[in-house]
Design a protein around this ligand. Structure first.
Ligand SMILES: Nc1nc2c(c(=O)[nH]1)N[C@H]1C(S)=C(S)[C@@H](COP(=O)(O)OP(=O)(O)OC[C@H]3O[C@@H](n4cnc5c(=O)[nH]c(N)nc54)[C@H](O)[C@@H]3O)O[C@H]1N2
Ligand SMILES: Nc1nc2c(c(=O)[nH]1)N[C@H]1C(S)=C(S)[C@@H](COP(=O)(O)OP(=O)(O)OC[C@H]3O[C@@H](n4cnc5c(=O)[nH]c(N)nc54)[C@H](O)[C@@H]3O)O[C@H]1N2
Ligand code: SF4
Ligand SMILES: [Mo]
Length: 689
């Protein structure tokens, strides 16, 4: 039997068709608009049945045996596990106040209605502290869009004549987007790639700018300067639908290509050529990604990139950057129920906390501050759902210290991860094919699609919705969580749209809540305070932030430890996603390991020669926060002076955990984003061992 659903093994959220035999998932294939010979294959999806039925899957709730030292767990029943957790919720509320309990969600791959359920439970319980990982993923990016033109745009590469891929590696991270780029390229579209690494898309680009890691904001300002000073911008659009272009003009003067090229490792003529090609080939879209997201200046840099879209009049055009038409849904988070006098632990980042109706709190680093430094007050109990913070959060050694200090910790995950080992109770969650769920990626724009349960729960695991609903009822929140099935809850949330779960099941390609419209700003303006695109933001000015990006003329080096490194240090870049793994996940799946059995440090041949490093040599990388060991791979995909460190292997061995190297002391002032992707590190060969 074949069934339709959405794959959530990573956050690409591909629509897929799965093959079910005797109730078991035996195969799955991505749906693609390309003929099947050209469609991109996904190794993770190919391994789906190995992942779902992995012997390492947790089958029952686990409780830590306190009397035995080490990481020993005993199996228990759902009743006992949930009763114990509910008792700890009550104990913390009574002893320290409800705000001492925090719920942390990871994995953008699982964003969806589940985020709303966790918020609803916590808000009704009385704690404002439901924290996501958006400060190191795309929520900070979303805020930069919202502050510029009211919503996060969706690039439309398929019909574009020019595509800019800025810090995004869609070949490995988002096959549907990559297919659209490849298709457009075949139709003659121009491709510009801005990436410190020669990715597959960079290798086929018309212009590839191999930027110095972390310096994208200055590049965007140079492109703005080139476009404005040569009158290449869309004057009609800018005059009628924006404000502050004069201020932007002024700010950009300090960043001409000649002035900044050398310090960002680029050639001024190539910067100008890229700016001109983008501005003069319409429609054009910019696909920006995680390469921009984890920088110390992420908010200003992304705002500058957003301004390029507006200057060139590409906003809300087919083939440009589309302003989404979100599906009307109920906001079910119950934020209004929170006592007004309790501040969240992320209170130092008020603009980030409040920029959106239902994104909620994402200054993830504040959780560690609250546990360790008790600022603004201590967190005593933590629930971690679909995240592996010991491996994926900044400065892992500090994170581990904080988890050890907790009074009680719960992890909800299909696997016993490095993080789960710190927990007092581990609840076995089902994976994506075992649950029905509304998907936020598809809620932000019609058409809505359903993630559909296609197989039974493995062992005694439960889907996240059921875990949350059952826990809520044990906390006396029966009225807030009256639903017995995922479908009931989804229908409740979708009510304003007139769409139901049953309708979605009958329409696997999705249902549009309203007809697709471009250039909506003619009628409704932009969802900013002024109703216009805001090159100058009064909101930011009032809150003591830069009203125009880089208007202070800063040329600061935004790489961690830049000031304190010795001459021998290199720029460590992190986070490479290969298409076999999702962050810390799947490093225990045999077929995926067969092709990629370990992670490597990519080092340029010139640097390797100078340091007498050969392929396969064991290297020690070190920063003031810690060290890792990994083997060298000589490769010219990197720029001399920079290395690329494999990502996610910290789940296999703490010695491979690159977040041992990252720094959480400096953060973007608006979005609390640390520099997870670029930091100075010392590199030396390990002899013997
Ligand atoms: N230095 C550095 N740090 C980074 C990054 C980087 O590039 N460099 N990337 C950042 C980014 S973009 C992100 S999004 C984060 C990712 O950080 P995490 O969210 O911690 O990433 P994962 O390792 O994917 O962890 C997801 C966990 O969810 C579990 N899981 C899978 N499916 C389900 C489910 O349906 N239900 C439940 N309950 N659990 C499930 C998995 O087993 C896994 O343990 O890391 C960030 N950290
Ligand atoms: N296979 C797989 N797919 C995934 C994931 C996964 O772990 N594995 N994770 C999912 C998640 S949560 C996310 S957020 C997305 C992320 O997906 P992408 O946004 O594609 O993220 P990455 O591949 O991490 O990084 C994109 C590119 O940024 C480049 N880069 C690094 N530093 C810089 C810089 O300073 N400037 C510029 N301009 N570029 C830089 C990298 O070299 C890389 O080519 O992928 C999702 N899809
Ligand atoms: S790219 Fe991600 S979402 Fe798409 S099929 Fe592969 S694992 Fe699933
Ligand atoms: Mo992410």
């Amino acid at each position: 039997m074949k069934m339709d659903t959405i794959c959530r093994l990573c956050s690409a959220c591909c629509p897929v068709e799965v093959v079910i035999e005797e109730g078991k998932l035996v195969g799955a294939e991505r749906k693609s608009f390309l003929p099947s010979a050209k469609a991109l294959k996904c190794p993770k999806l190919k391994a789906a049945s190995e992942i779902v039925y992995s012997p390492a899957r947790l089958k029952k709730p686990l409780v830590k045996k306190k009397q035995i030292s080490g990481n020993d767990f005993a199996e228990t029943s759902w009743n006992e596990a949930l009763d114990l957790i509910a008792e700890k919720f009550r104990h913390c509320k009574k002893s320290y106040g409800p705000e001492s309990v925090c719920w942390l969600r990871g994995m953008a791959a699982d964003w969806g209605a589940q985020w709303d359920y966790a918020n609803r439970l916590m808000n009704a319980f009385g704690s404002p502290n439901t924290i996501g990982n958006g400060s190191v993923c795309h929520v900070a990016r979303e805020m930069a869009h919202v502050y510029t033109y009211g919503a996060m745009t969706l690039p439309q590469p398929k019909n574009a004549r020019c595509i800019v891929v800025w810090g995004k590696n869609d070949r490995n991270t988002c096959p549907p987007a990559c297919e659209a780029i490849l298709y457009a390229k075949e139709q003659g579209a121009k491709l510009i790639v801005i990436d410190p690494i020669r990715t597959p898309l960079a290798a086929m680009a018309d212009i590839w700018l191999q930027i110095k890691p972390g310096h994208d904001g200055q590049l965007a300002m140079a492109m703005i300067q080139e476009i404005i000073s040569n009158d290449l911008y869309d004057t009609g659009f800018v005059e009628n639908f924006s404000l502050g272009v004069e201020d932007l003009k002024e700010a950009a003067k300090a960043y001409s290509a000649e002035k900044i090229a050398e310090r960002i490792w680029l050639n001024p003529d190539r910067i100008k050529a890229a700016a001109r090609l983008y501005a003069t080939t319409r429609p054009a879209c910019i696909i920006e990604g995680n390469g921009l997201d984890m920088q110390l200046q992420t908010f200003q840099a992304t705002r500058a990139v957003c301004m390029l879209r507006a200057l060139t009049g590409n906003l809300d055009k087919d083939g440009g950057d589309f302003i989404p038409q979100p599906v009307p849904v109920k906001n079910i988070q119950l934020k209004e129920r929170l006592p007004r006098n309790i501040r969240p632990i992320t209170c130092d980042y008020p603009l980030f906390n409040e920029f959106h109706d239902n994104w909620g709190l994402h200054a993830q680093s504040c959780l560690v501050d609250a546990i360790l430094d008790e600022k603004p007050y201590p967190i005593k109990m933590l629930i971690v759902q679909s995240g592996n913070p010991v491996v994926t959060m900044t400065d892992s050694n500090r994170v581990k210290k904080s988890l050890e200090k907790l009074e009680f910790m719960v992890v909800i995950d299909p696997f016993l991860t490095q993080t789960a080992r710190f927990a007092d109770v581990v609840l076995p969650a089902t994976g994506c094919f075992e649950k029905t769920q509304l998907n936020r990626a598809y809620m932000r724009n019609s058409p809505v699609m359903l993630q559909n349960q296609v197989i039974d729960w493995v062992g005694h695991s439960w889907p996240d919705w059921k875990i949350t609903f059952e826990l809520a009822r044990r906390l006396g929140l029966d009225q807030e969580f009256p639903w017995q099935t995922a479908e009931e809850a989804i229908d409740y949330q979708l009510e304003p749209s007139g769409i139901t779960c049953a309708m979605l099941r009958k329409n696997p390609a999705g249902i549009r809540a309203e007809a697709l419209k471009y250039e909506k700003y003619h009628k409704q303006g932009f969802a900013t305070p002024s109703g216009k695109v805001e090159f100058f933001s009064e909101r930011l000015q009032k809150n003591s932030q830069l009203a125009v990006p880089y208007m202070d003329g800063s040329n600061e080096n935004p790489i961690s430890f830049a000031g304190q490194s010795d001459e021998e240090a290199m720029i460590g870049t992190s986070g490479e996603r290969t298409n076999r793994f999702t962050h810390s996940q799947f490093h225990n799946i045999p077929s995926l390991l067969r092709r990629e059995p370990e992670g490597f440090v990519d080092i340029h041949p010139d640097d390797a020669k100078q340091r007498k490093i050969f392929n396969g040599d064991l290297l020690k990388l070190e920063t003031p926060r810690g060290h890792i060991r990994m083997k060298a791979r000589i490769s010219d995909v990197v720029h001399p002076g920079a290395i690329q460190i494999a990502w996610g292997w910290g789940e296999v061995d703490p010695d491979f955990n690159l977040n041992n190297l990252t720094d959480d002391d400096r953060r973007d002032p608006v979005t609390a984003t640390p520099s997870n992707r670029s930091f100075m590190c010392k590199i030396e060969k390990v002899f013997g061992d």
